[in-house]
Design a protein around this ligand. Structure first.
Ligand SMILES: Nc1ncnc2c1ncn2[C@@H]1O[C@H](COP(=O)(O)OP(=O)(O)OP(=O)(O)O)[C@@H](O)[C@H]1O
Length: 235
């Protein structure tokens, strides 16, 4: 579903990603873990068409999307839940959720999907008519996640979903990712600093360090690798 091949990215003269190659098969949940400043968000922004790349390619479902603008990538079915939720604060929770349906034809029935999202995130049902700007930070993240799900993406990109969440909310979020994985209805890339959470919900993973992928393998292999221990614990 996602095929990244030898991708390079720089901010001006500062090279941030080096020769990144990564694949995700349809319905897989794959994680890219790495410490602060490794380049995780830079890669997500590249895959959404926000950051221009300087080398390499990436394709989704066999279609080369390298260099395409964000609106084209999004219409193609790539949805990103960014670290910041980017909601419309004066619109209601329900209205923000419905904004995720824009890529589908008018008149399409979204009620089943809305019910499913409310099952994953019951708070969004309770707060449906409340302004999105009045939600807590964690609740706003849930809404941004729901808005991405309602778009029925081919590929879901989750950028550090656990950042800023309480331990209880991280567990709730992990349960949702786990349920989505059980459904096998989505293909997901989770970029995380929280290796424990990410390795607990993914099928496979990659370790990104200083802009290079240094280890890849099953979540079990990553969890027991010396490189992951050194990257996270410095020992
Ligand atoms: N717009 C930018 N201009 C210049 N440098 C940038 C820009 N955005 C990020 N960087 C630099 O690129 C490097 C990678 O940053 P990035 O945000 O991708 O890392 P990250 O792995 O997501 O980190 P974190 O886990 O702390 O969010 C960092 O050194 C950062 O300072």
């Amino acid at each position: 579903m996602l095929d990244i091949s030898n991708l390079d990215l720089a901010y001006g003269k500062v090279r941030v990603l080096h020769d990144i190659s990564l694949e995700i098969a349809e319905h897989e949940v794959v994680t890219l873990i790495g410490p602060n400043g490794a380049g995780k968000t830079s890669l997500m922004m590249a895959l959404s068409g926000i950051n221009p790349t300087i080398g390499g390619t990436f394709s989704v479902d066999g279609v080369d999307l390298t260099g395409k603008p964000p609106h084209v990538i999004s219409r193609f079915g790539v949805a990103q839940v960014a670290q910041r939720s980017h909601l419309f604060p004066d619109m209601s929770v329900h209205e923000n959720l419905l904004l995720g349906t824009y890529r589908h034809k008018n008149g399409m029935d979204h009620s089943d999907m809305i019910d499913r999202i409310h099952t994953y995130f019951p708070i969004l049902r309770k707060r449906a008519s409340q302004k999105a700007g009045s939600l807590s930070g964690g609740e706003q993240k849930m809404l941004a996640f729901g808005r991405a799900l309602i778009s029925r993406p081919k590929l879901l990109l989750l950028d550090e979903p656990s950042s800023g969440l309480s331990p209880r909310m991280v567990d709730e979020l992990a349960d949702v990712v786990h349920a989505l994985r059980q459904d096998r209805s989505l293909t997901t890339l989770i970029v995380e600093q929280n290796a424990v959470m990410a390795l607990g919900v993914a099928d496979r993973g990659y370790l990104l360090e200083s802009g290079r992928i240094t280890v890849s393998g099953s979540t079990k292999e990553l969890a027991s690798s010396d490189e992951v221990r050194v990257a996270y614990l410095g020992m």
